[in-house]
Ligand binder design. Sequence first.
Ligand code: GLP
Length: 260
Amino acid sequence: MEVIICSSYEELSRAVAGVVADIVRAKPDAVLGLATGSTPLGLYKELIRMHKEDGLDFSKVTTFNLDEYVGLQPDHEQSYHYFMRENLFKHINVDPANTNVPSGTAENYDEYCQQYEQQIKDCGGIDVQVLGIGGDGHIAFNEPCSSLASRTRIKTLTEQTIDDNARFFDKKEDVPIFSITMGVGTILEAKKLLLLANGANKADAVAAAIEGPVSAMCTASALQLHPHGMIFIDAEAAGKLKMREYYEWIQTQKPTAPAS
Ligand code: GLP
């Protein structure tokens, strides 16, 4: 995996937006895997800017989101449906019919989860998947001990995730306990993975993901199994990396590396 240490959150957001934009320009009907949380907000702002100022065209793009809280209606302000509409979809020219966020109000989740997986396959798979990371190393809502082969399913949130996400709700009791989430196995099938993290509170999870053993205890460590994983972090999130100088050295030497 490629570890890119950025000097600021803004630089990180621009760098990731650059990768996504290159994919959309090369393949206008690209399938984008999208994430929620505070971390990708800068990326979405930059993609919106690129759409408005540089004409980046999303008209043929399809999107699939990673996860949703179970029980929240799509118009609930803390639902991931609402988040995506407010922070990205309504500002770009993506066709709403081509945006997919897992339903938190399905009647039969087994059937629905299988359908979601099938829809991804029918679109030819995800070209690039954006990921954040939870304080406990989770990707999407794949909490510690999630099988690294897991598929889209219902997942019970840990107390830590409920606490972490309580800041977005009026009170902790309002945070749903269950989520619907793509599995680690689903995520690993995307052609490219971009994981973003900033801030010192992510340093332990980032170190475990990059340098720890591949383990269901830190589902982000599954990125080590992916041939095209890129991790974009700021200096604070890089704070606990043992091989940090090497990652920086790789980036410095990149312009002189043999063409691949
Ligand atoms: C939630 C989401 C994850 C996200 C994580 C981190 O748990 N399900 O996809 O990566 O929050 O969020 P933040 O970026 O706000 O730290």
